[in-house]
Design a protein around this ligand. Structure first.
Ligand code: NAD
Length: 254
């Protein structure tokens, strides 16, 4: 945990972590909870959300498909009812598409865009007005190395387009909400070891080729991503907005 360094607690804050049932989201929920925030874990996998929230001091599990408007509306209504105004929103839920463009059907394109991209609009719409009114808010959106360099090892056109869009959306929202002191930023990870990237576990040759592209010479961890996200949720990052932190071991350095 990095936060003793940063020295800010989040007592009294209410956080929502989408896709909080496993992977990065679960880890982010644990750290925000450890800092004192009440954390709502939203996940399409209700059992995973419940398991994750059960480990938190002030956890709330809410079943939610972030790509579905009605589901998002009712999930955030439940969060407001149980925990009050949302101060911190981490848009982490996502699905990957490995389908090459020539085989990519419209149904898959639409699903990836609903979950990885339109979800940002749906969830931010639920929290932005109240954040502006209270003149405090932190929004962190998960993009991907793939979204910045056109894919490569993991993620093809639909995923790449959606994740690239997240960065533009984040900058636009950051600009609009900045006068109210609400920050909106992106964390963009390389290929860490989660269920989403399990194909790398089964393919040592591919994994070796991925690692060969990383200046720091090894894969990052779930904790590396968590630390960047949680940093952006604290006062230590209050002068950062519209930014993207690339947690990728130096792959994208210029
Ligand atoms: N793992 C990586 O290396 C990597 C790299 C770059 C970006 N990312 C991004 O980080 C985020 C988290 O990735 P992860 O590796 O932890 O993934 P993961 O697959 O391990 O976990 C994703 C979680 O999101 C949930 N989810 C999926 N669809 C949902 C929906 N429609 N509504 C609500 N919840 C939903 C899943 O049930 C799961 O609990 C994603 O946005 C992903 O694109 C991951």
């Amino acid at each position: 945990m990095l936060l003793p360094m940063i020295g800010e607690r989040l007592d009294g804050r209410c956080a929502v972590v989408t896709g909080g049932g496993r992977g990065f989201g679960e880890s982010i929920a644990i750290e925000l909870d450890a800092l004192g925030a009440a954390v709502a874990v939203l996940d399409i996998d209700e059992a995973a959300a419940q398991r994750s929230a059960a480990g938190l001091a002030r956890g709330l599990a809410v079943a939610c498909d972030v790509g579905d408007e009605a589901s998002v509306r009712s999930a955030f209504a439940a969060v407001r009812h149980e925990l009050g105004t949302v101060d911190i929103l981490v848009n982490n839920a996502g699905i990957v598409s490995m389908t090459p463009f020539l085989q990519l059907g419209e149904e898959e394109w639409d699903r990836i865009f609903r979950v990885d991209y339109t979800s940002m609009y749906l969830t931010c719409r639920e929290v932005a007005a109240a954040m502006v009114e209270q003149r405090y808010g932190r929004i962190v959106n998960l993009s991907s190395l793939a979204g910045k360099r056109g894919g490569g090892f993991l993620g093809k056109a639909a995923y790449v387009a959606a994740k690239a869009g997240v960065i533009g959306f984040t900058k636009a929202l950051a600009r609009e909400l900045a006068p109210a002191g609400v920050t909106v930023n992106v964390v963009s990870p390389g290929a860490m070891d989660t269920e989403m990237t399990r194909m790398l576990r089964d393919d040592p040759d591919l994994l070796a080729r991925v690692v060969a592209t990383i200046p720091l010479g090894e894969r990052g961890t779930i904790q590396d991503v968590t630390d960047a996200v949680v940093f952006l949720c604290t006062g230590a990052a209050s002068y950062l907005t519209g930014e993207t932190i690339d947690v990728d071991g130096g792959v994208l350095m210029e």
